[in-house]
Design a protein around this ligand. Sequence first.
Ligand SMILES: C[S@@+](CC[C@H](N)C(=O)[O-])C[C@H]1O[C@@H](n2cnc3c(N)ncnc32)[C@H](O)[C@@H]1O
Length: 279
Amino acid sequence: MLISPLDVVRWTFRRRPADAIRLYDSLSGVMRLATGGDSLNFGLWADSCAEPLLAQKNMADHFGKVAELQNAQTAADVGCGRAGPARIWQEAYPNVRMVCIDINRQGLGDAGFLPCAANAISTSLPLASGSMDRVLALESAQHFRPLDGFTTEAARVLSPEGILCLAVPVAGPRYAKHRLGMLWLTWSSEHHTMSTVRASVASAGLQLLSEERVGGLVYEPIAEYYLQNRVALKRRIRSEYPGYVESLLHRSILDMRRASKRDVIDYVIVKCKKANGSR
Ligand SMILES: C[S@@+](CC[C@H](N)C(=O)[O-])C[C@H]1O[C@@H](n2cnc3c(N)ncnc32)[C@H](O)[C@@H]1O
């Protein structure tokens, strides 16, 4: 895999849709090598989760409950990646008609499971107004620019009383660029604050129902897992990527753990509703 350090810098600072596509074309393999699965998220590391696949399953299970998928007939998963979470939801809620949407065509092509898929951008969803009971964005909204372009689009496609659910890395209360360490370079997406997220939800006319801060169940346990298993993971990653990729990852993971402990970064699960009668 040919990736130069300059590529990483370009994707980080430009953050255009084309950069997000290149980022996942090039680096989603690292996640697959580390986990062996199709999900591209950090996971939610509750007590019983000792390894990434379980943590990712736990994240999808929890997210599905927050989104009340048991009461839905239709759902759009925006930024579905390789549809790892969508597969888990489809198995748990077989009555939901799921549409998987991602800007990255290659990721959709590689997905092992796709009920119905569209290669599209978050701010222009190929869905009829009022057609979706749920819009889900599991660890993808950090890439959506502008975020209120997406929340407005989600509000358009949601049915009355429909629910939008986001799981998103955010800047924590003590966020400052100089406290990010290596993440300053490798956090290749928007650094939304909770205020930005709330404002984007409100500007779309959606009602915020809940927000759950779970950074401590995301960053620190995955960092511990990586550090404890580094020798084996390093070997796997180096078999397909240049050595500097794993070194950057290792430094980023150390800084991610430190930033999470110091409240510089956080991770939230947000649930909001389209009130009956709103746009
Ligand atoms: C961290 S991955 C998460 C994938 C999936 N939700 C999961 O948990 O496995 C983020 C995904 O968002 C997609 N993405 C990034 N920007 C996007 C955009 N503007 N519109 C739609 N998808 C986007 C990426 O291609 C990538 O597949």
